[in-house]
Structures are given as C-alpha cells and as structure tokens.
Design a protein around this ligand. Structure first.
Ligand SMILES: [Zn+2]
Ligand SMILES: [Zn+2]
Length: 124
C-alpha cells in the first residue's frame, strides 16, 4: 500500500484515527498507534483515553477476584433483611415477612446481575 500523501512512498501503517495509509515521513508515532497529522494525533489520544476509561469502568482485564461492588451491595442488604426478618424465629415469634420478601428480592437481583456481569465478563 502507498502513503495517501506521498504516492512514491510505501506505507508503514494506518493512521489510528482516520485509517489512512501513512509512510515514515508523515506518520507520527503517538506511542499507541500512528497518526497522519496533528489533529489525528489528538484524536488518537482521545481514542486511547476512551479505551482506557472503558477498561476501568467495565473492569476489563481486571484480575480482581472480588465480586463487583454492586453485587456485594445486593448481597449485604439481602443478608441483613433476611437476618432481621428471620430472627424472630429464634424466640418462637412469626417471621417478618416483609423483610424476608425484601431480602429474597435482593438475593434474586444480586444473582441476576452477577450472572449478567459474568456473561458479559464485566467487573463493575
Ligand atoms: Zn489521520
Ligand atoms: Zn507520507
């Protein structure tokens, strides 16, 4: 492939922003991809930032074994609601159905979102 600006030169790669072929004369190495021009170089910086942020947001490549915070939150409320709701059983009183129901709901939601994050391989 030829450079899109210098027809006589063989391209060394593609501009990461506009995907045009660039040669060693016009290519700028941004460190994480080639750019054909100053505006494209800025664009590559933006693209890289988007990639970095989504990696952080979605926990992509994260090696954390801990379940995502949202799920811990559900689990915590499920345990508290179920615990408080079922506690009267220990002294022979009827259970607090509302709390038991709420706790079960949290447990179901927590499990559902856990399954979803595992499926999408997210960690958030
Ligand atoms: Zn470009
Ligand atoms: Zn060129």
């Amino acid at each position: 492939m030829q450079c899109y600006q210098h027809n006589e030169n063989v391209s060394v790669g593609l501009c990461k922003a506009c995907q045009k072929a660039v040669c060693s004369v016009c290519a700028t190495d941004t460190g994480r991809g080639l750019a054909c021009s100053e505006p494209c170089s800025r664009e590559v910086g933006v693209l890289n930032e988007i990639i970095d942020r989504s990696k952080q947001i979605y926990g992509i490549g994260s090696r954390s074994k801990l379940p995502p915070t949202g799920i811990l939150f559900y689990l915590f409320f499920a345990l508290v609601s179920l615990g408080v709701g079922l506690y009267p059983l220990t002294y022979g009183k009827p259970v607090e159905w509302f709390l038991v129901l709420m706790g079960s709901g949290f447990l179901v939601f927590g499990t559902m979102s856990y399954v979803r994050t595992r499926k999408l391989r997210l960690n958030c």
